[in-house]
Write a new protein. Structure first.
Lengths: 376, 234, 855
């Protein structure tokens, strides 16, 4: 993996050419190229950065053979810059705002549930700074062990839908995207993130739907992204996808969309091989096209949906065309609390009409502007 | 026997009383009254106060019960009829005109006349139309929308007559219908009663003190101490 | 039949109403008064008590479950334990603090909520009536509040009452000092419950009121679909940190209900009285209408209308009256509530909770209940007149003498004996125990009712005798003789009027007797309570459960003050005892209260508290004794926060301040047990040469966060409160009797109408208006005298039942039975005068009856 990163770095001479400021103008830390991160500490929270999220998405099959997709996300948003932060075990903190989202799609029953929560850092919501330990209300996501690739436990509920107690076990060690450990999101050097991902987690657990317990088994993807700015001026939103291919490889891709609808040059696609090695594909070398749109009755946003991804397979060298088809059109978060509606949906991946994998796709900035994640 | 007598006269007996008696305590107000009245016949009942004529009228109207004897109106035997049957009889076959008119103060003249029809379940529009015909017959068309307290005595009695006859009764009981009117008005009312009962073939039993009132009647029955004092003639 | 009924309604009811709109309007209004009194009292009462809950309601639909501490506040470090107790169940937990602060000259409630957590309420996402900010400016206010800026969210009522608008600055004072705040947001009108609410961010409110380490309660809002049924609550309760209690609104309300139960019960009795009286009034009015329209009914009967149809038509009329009257009554009731809620809130607030917020003035359920009761009462009252109407003979046989209401109940003294016997049995039954330990003396009320009914039957035997007696006084008065002759053979209508008047008088008298006894007892008790020269409490100290206390430093300064000779103070804490709410008092009494009312006095008085033995010596109040059934020599085991206090009861004292029941121990023992020695109240005895007023002013200036009152002022205040509390009672007493007298008037008019033939004779005999008025006045006057006197005599019995059965059962109070002789006498004179006046008016009216209506 590290070799790949170094190779990539050599391929990008401009990445080293500029200096990255240590802080944003309003006092938040900026991801530094080459920054050494120690684990498991860095699976925990980074209150000195403005934005941080832990994002789990996955596909499950229950003991009755039914398919499910789920999402569990913890967001942290610092309300004041690091030097001014004062919360010290306060029950009612003022430094951090925590948001948590969950979603569940019952593919066979054709039902979708989602829930949002908002809390101040303190007695009822928080993120450990020593390791992965997140809680908000009765939701939890925490490392069970103290190693760099720990087994994790998650408990969450989804509105009136299921509640789930899941164990997540890395099948591959985590990867860090980006050049020199920093994933650039725009020309502005502060628009960047530390991007840590477990691309393949084995999921086992117990869910309860309408009072009925079911055992589940499946595969999940987990991102941990730390930044102080996710978008820069001129960027309208992003399309993001994580694909689990049945052959044991994964693809992570995001398109940063500019206000004029064009693909931002900072968009990327990565192939992750069976050992966790990364292959970067530049925006010019892959295509992501939507075949149709779906309009949300709730937010009014119109989302392009049902995509074709055309990219060259680094293993075989041949061009592949993957169809990423949503398992259900309506998989939108209303954004009632955050004010940011977005689409986050379970998809199936087909090649030449044959299912070759599963995916989760995230579409933002289609229903409302994304001021909250823009560094100002 | 009495029916037989009536038939001999070529008429149908409509009201039959056989030995009707009634007492209030030990005072006998009706002492074996027998009387046959043919359909369409007009009969005046005369007698001094306390002779029993009003009680007889009430018994005919099914309002008072009698102790002994038989009263038959048409084919209804009043003695054995249920209260419900009596009410039906009062509603459909018998009508009363009072000395004091007893108009319903909240209803207009027309509505007073049409009210019995409404009671019989006839739709309002139809009832009022029929009421209007009776206004014409009783000469009240110009007073149709007035209320009872705006009428003269004669007009009130006309209205009462219209109300009594509107539902098409077969028997009209009149209790001193002119007793509260001056003589010329009373005459007109008597004329009206005669004309209308004749036209409609209604049997009239009229209690009166006035000899002149008897002129519209086919015969006069005199009562004294609860008894009919003149023989029944056909 | 429906067609027929409609016909009658259209041709008669409606026409009559149209022909004499005035008198029918009066009828509707009179019924309306009954409904209004009922509704007004209920709404006002509800509104006042709703103030307890107004805060939760403001935040949404009200928390279905709340976590409170058994004793005092909830330490913030227990919050995670509370979260853990709910386990996998998704609930929004909303901690809050509530405290009284100074605003200008008065005090207002300042509530601290978590401005972020509140956004998660299931209701909060709604389009209106939510706390979700709708504009960027509003959003900024929430952000500011979260950042710790002193921003307040206030209710529209608060804005109106204090003339505040967004951006205004204000200063709120508390123990910790005075702080500047800014109005950031006025809550949507839809959230207004008529209370002045000041909301701030929890943390900021904590910081500015010295409450950093604790919250008062945690409201629990389950997310949609989350079961909070009883079994779940039991499981959660078991998992809660020790000392914390889970309660539902029912249970919680019962706590506040217990607080105001005395008041509620009095008001309920009164609203019942209002309803009874209006029922009686409708009966009178409809009956009068039947008499007036007798001829019409007779004609209808002649025309072949069946008796049942007549009855149905009259019931329909009663229904119409009921609907119209109830509608009017509801309007008037809401208005009445608006006016009286001020009074009720003040009295309730003053008695139990200072500065209690005013609650909602509209309750669909109360309105529906009032409407249903009004219509029901109208139908019930219409039944007798309708039956009477149906018994009217056809016109041909009219004029055979008057008819009277057929009321068999009032004709047989045997029924009276039966009713009195049943009543006596009822009085022996114990009270019903409702949820939350509220004791409802149902059988006491039933017994009182049976007693009143029995007496009302007996009273009907009196008028002939009274009439005879009065007649003997003025043998030559012809009109008196005439009136007496009427009363010799009492008609059903007479009896009804008399019984109604008697019951109304008896209830009004019984209530005055209760109030008088209460007042006398409390006066004596206060003499024993208020011995210190100065009384001091923390501003906003409302009741034993209220979190504000006198800061320890302030107390020590006060105790060391040069003018102070001696002091006694009390620690107070609300506790749970045998699952009911009670109060633990820690008393540092250095002087023996000479006037204290003891039910069982320990040999050495209050000094017993300082004895040391195996068990802590405690005293309990009379309500405690009655609620928990423990008396002298019994052991009391109080648990709070994992500690146990085991006491032995050494004495029982009378306490009218709270009906929860108090247990009193030495202040030191209680302080050790609670781990808190901040006092709730402090009594200072000044050196003999000190000017109380001057010292009071000095201390008040030095300690702005405290209320410093001198003994005299406090006494005055207590009696003002007392007066206010029962001013509603007085007003309702007046309404009750006024309506009863109006009933007497109506019945007298009916009687005259019914006796029209007799009236003609009287007129022909040369009776003029004056004579008829005299006859009426005598008749009604004698009835009023009989009804009033017997009513007051009955009230002595009712008062006895109220004091020795109902109050004792409900509140555990023993009052000193005292008869307000003066007020009874004045009352009697007023009734007789009003009765005679009513009779005179009816005679006046009789004289104007047109002759042509007569036969």
């Amino acid at each position: 993996m590290k070799i790949t990163v170094i190779v990539l770095l050599l391929l990008c001479p401009w990445a080293r050419a500029e200096t990255v400021p240590p802080f944003t103008p309003d006092g938040f830390r900026v991801p530094q190229p080459g920054q050494v991160l120690d684990f498991p500490r860095n699976h925990g929270s980074h209150p000195d950065f403005r934005l941080e999220w832990w994002y789990v998405t996955g596909h499950l099959t229950d003991d009755q053979g039914a398919s499910h997709g789920f999402q569990l996300t913890f967001f942290r948003n610092a309300l004041r810059p690091f030097p001014e932060q004062q919360d010290d075990g306060e029950a009612f903190g003022r430094d951090q705002l925590h948001m948590a989202h969950s979603a569940w799609v019952e593919v066979d029953a054709d039902r979708f549930h989602s829930e949002e929560r908002l809390a101040r850092g303190g007695w009822d919501a928080g993120a450990s700074v020593t390791g992965l330990n997140l809680f908000q209300g009765n939701w939890r996501l925490a490392a069970r062990t103290g190693d760099a690739n720990p087994v994790m436990d998650a408990f969450f509920t989804v509105d009136t839908g299921p509640r789930a107690l899941l164990t997540l076990e890395p099948e591959k060690p985590f990867v860090r995207f980006g050049e020199n450990g920093v994933e650039r999101k725009g020309k502005d050097p502060t628009a960047a993130s530390l991007y840590i991902t477990w691309p393949r987690l084995k999921v086992t657990g117990l869910i309860e739907i309408e009072g009925q317990p079911r055992r589940v088994l499946g595969t999940a993807w987990m991102d941990h992204e730390i930044s102080s700015s996710q978008l820069e001026a001129g960027q309208a939103g992003w399309d993001w996808a994580s694909i689990h291919l049945d052959d044991g490889r994964e693809i992570m891709m995001y398109i940063l969309r500019r206000d004029d609808g064009s693909k931002d040059p900072y968009s990327v696609l990565y192939w992750i091989d069976r050992e966790g090695g990364l292959t970067l594909v530049r925006p010019a070398d892959f295509r992501w096209r939507a075949a149709r749109t779906w309009t949300s009755p709730a937010s009014g946003g119109t989302y392009p949906i049902d995509w074709l991804l055309a990219v060259r397979d680094p293993e075989s060298g041949e061009a592949v065309r993957l169809r990423v088809r949503p398992l259900r059109d309506a998989q939108e978060h209303s954004g009632a609390l955050s004010g940011i509606p977005y689409w986050e949906g379970a998809c199936v991946v087909e090649r030449d009409g044959r299912v070759v994998g599963r995916a989760y796709v995230e579409l933002t900035g289609y229903a409302k502007a994304l001021e909250a994640v823009r560094g100002r | 026997m009495f029916q037989g007598l009536a038939r001999l006269g070529g008429m149908t007996a409509y009201v039959t009383l056989e030995h009707v008696s009634k007492s209030y305590g030990d005072r006998e107000v009706l002492a074996g009254v027998s009387l046959v009245i043919s359909a369409g016949e007009r009969v005046a009942l005369m007698g001094p106060s306390g002779s029993g004529k009003s009680t007889l009228l009430n018994c005919l109207g099914g309002i008072d019960r009698f102790d002994r004897g038989v009263i038959r109106i048409g084919d209804v035997d009043l003695g054995s009829a249920s209260g419900e049957a009596l009410t039906r009889l009062r509603r459909k076959q018998i009508a009363t005109v009072f000395q004091f008119f007893h108009l319903l103060p909240t209803l207009s003249v027309l509505e007073n006349a049409a009210f019995p029809l409404l009671l019989n379940g006839i739709p309002e529009k139809e009832a009022l139309a029929k009421g209007r015909e009776w206004m014409e017959r009783t000469g009240l068309t110009h007073r149709m929308t007035a209320y009872p307290d705006q009428l003269s005595g004669g007009e009130m009695q006309r209205c009462a007559i219209a109300r009594a006859l509107a539902a098409g009764p077969k028997l009209l009981l009149a209790d001193e219908p002119t007793g509260n009117l001056d003589s010329s008005t009373g005459d007109k009312i008597l004329d009206l009663l005669e004309t209308l009962t004749r036209e409609q073939g209604i049997t009239l039993v009229m209690v009166t003190h006035s000899e002149t009132a008897t002129r519209i009647c086919d015969r006069t029955v005199h009562m004294l101490d609860g008894k009919v004092v003149e023989p029944v003639t056909a | 039949m429906t067609g027929g009924a409609a016909l009658f309604w259209r041709y008669f009811t409606l026409r009559h109403w149209r022909r004499s709109p005035g008198s029918h309007a009066v009828l509707v209004v009179l019924l309306g008064v009954g409904v209004a009194a009922f509704l007004g009292i209920r709404l006002a009462n509800r509104s006042a008590t709703a103030g307890f809950e107004v805060f939760t309601e403001t935040l949404g639909a009200g928390a279905p479950v709340t976590v409170e501490s058994a004793a005092g506040a909830i330490p913030v470090d227990q919050l995670r334990g509370i979260r853990a107790a709910f386990g996998v169940r998704s609930v929004v937990l909303l901690p809050s603090v509530q405290t009284s602060v100074r605003l200008g000259d008065g005090s207002v409630d300042l509530v601290g909520i978590d401005v972020v957590a509140v956004r998660n309420l299931p209701e909060a996402a709604g389009d209106d009536g939510s706390l979700v900010p709708r504009t960027d400016a509003e959003s900024a206010v929430f952000q500011d509040a979260l950042r710790g800026e002193p921003v307040l969210l206030i209710s529209p009522t608060a804005a109106r009452r204090f003339g505040l608008s967004v951006g205004d600055a204000l200063t709120l004072g508390s123990d910790s000092g005075a702080f500047a705040w800014r109005v950031g947001f006025i809550l949507p009108e839809a959230l207004d419950r008529g209370a002045a609410i000041f909301l701030g961010d929890l943390r900021t409110v904590q910081e500015r009121t010295g409450r950093e380490k604790s919250v008062d309660r945690v409201d629990v809002f389950p997310m949609p679909g989350v079961d909070m049924g009883e079994s779940v609550r039991t499981a959660v309760q078991a998992a809660l940190p020790p000392g914390l209690l889970l309660s539902t609104p029912g249970e919680r309300q019962s706590v506040s209900q217990t607080l105001s139960a005395a008041f509620r019960m009095n008001l309920s009795a009164l609203s019942l009285l209002a309803l009874l009286v209006s029922l009686y009034l409708i009966l009178q009015s409809l009956d009068a209408a039947v008499v007036r329209r007798r001829e019409e009914i007779a004609v209808l009967r002649s025309l072949g209308v069946r008796a049942e149809q007549i009855k149905a038509a009259w019931m329909l009329e009663a229904l119409t009256l009921g609907i119209a009257g109830s509608a009017v009554g509801i309007l008037m009731g809401v208005l009445l509530a608006r006016v009286s809620v001020g009074a009720v809130t003040e009295t309730l607030g003053n008695l139990y909770v200072q500065g209690l917020s005013r609650g909602a003035l509209w309750s669909g359920r109360e309105v529906l209940t009032a409407f249903g009761l009004g219509v029901g009462a109208s139908l019930l009252a219409g039944w007798l007149p309708a039956r009477d109407a149906a018994m009217t003979p056809p016109a041909q046989s009219l004029g055979r003498g008057g008819r009277s209401l057929p009321i068999q109940l009032l004709d047989h003294p045997l029924y009276a004996v039966l009713a009195l016997g049943v009543g006596a049995v009822f009085l022996r039954f114990p009270p019903l125990v409702l949820a939350g330990g509220v004791r409802f003396p149902l059988f006491g009320y039933l017994g009182a009712t049976a007693f009143a009914v029995g007496m009302s039957i007996l009273v009907c035997l009196l008028p002939p005798r009274v009439a005879k007696g009065v007649q003997n006084l003025r043998r030559e008065d012809a009109m008196l003789r005439l009136a007496a002759s009427q009363l010799r053979r009492l008609s059903g209508r007479h009896k009804l009027a008399l019984a109604g008047l008697m019951i109304a008088t008896a209830m009004a008298g019984g209530i005055s007797l209760l109030v008088h006894s209460f007042r006398g007892t409390v006066t004596q008790w206060l003499d024993g309570q208020l011995e210190a020269d100065l009384f001091i409490s923390a501003r906003g100290f409302q009741h034993p459960g209220s979190p504000v206390r006198i800061p320890t430093e302030s107390r020590d300064l006060l105790l060391r003050h040069a003018s102070v000779a001696d002091a006694e103070y009390a620690l107070m804490q609300r506790i749970r005892y045998q699952d009911q709410s009670a109060v633990l008092v820690g008393l540092s009494a250095r002087r023996e209260g000479s006037e204290r009312i003891w039910l069982h006095r320990p040999a050495d008085g209050l000094a017993v508290l300082r004895e040391r033995g195996e068990r802590v010596p405690v005293l309990v109040s009379e309500p405690w004794l009655r609620r928990f059934g423990t008396g002298v020599g019994d052991v009391v085991r109080i648990e709070a926060g994992g500690r146990t206090l085991e006491g032995i009861i050494r004495g029982v004292f009378a306490d009218y301040a709270n009906e929860h029941g108090s247990v009193v121990a030495d202040a030191g023992v209680v302080a050790a047990f609670l781990g808190e020695d901040r006092t709730a109240t402090l009594g200072l005895f000044l050196r003999n040469d000190e000017d109380v007023r001057a010292v009071r002013d000095e201390l008040q200036t030095a300690f702005p966060a405290l209320n410093v009152r001198d003994q005299r002022a406090l006494r005055e205040e207590v009696f003002t409160i007392f007066q206010q509390t029962f001013s509603v009672t007085a007003a309702l007493k007046f309404i009750g009797v006024a309506v009863a007298v109006a009933g007497l008037l109506l019945s007298q008019i009916s009687l005259f109408l019914e006796r029209r033939s007799e009236l003609r004779v009287l007129k022909e005999l040369g009776c003029g208006r004056r004579e008829l008025m005299a006859a009426g006045a005598w008749e009604s006057g004698i009835l009023a005298l009989t009804g009033g006197t017997s009513g007051l005599l009955t009230s002595l019995g009712l008062g006895w039942i109220l004091i020795y059965v109902i109050n004792r059962q409900a509140f555990g109070w023993t009052l000193r039975y005292a008869v307000p002789l003066g007020s009874f006498l004045a009352f009697l004179i007023a009734i007789v005068f009003a009765g005679a006046l009513a009779g005179g008016i009816s005679g006046h009216k009789a004289a104007s009856l047109p002759v042509e209506n007569e036969e």
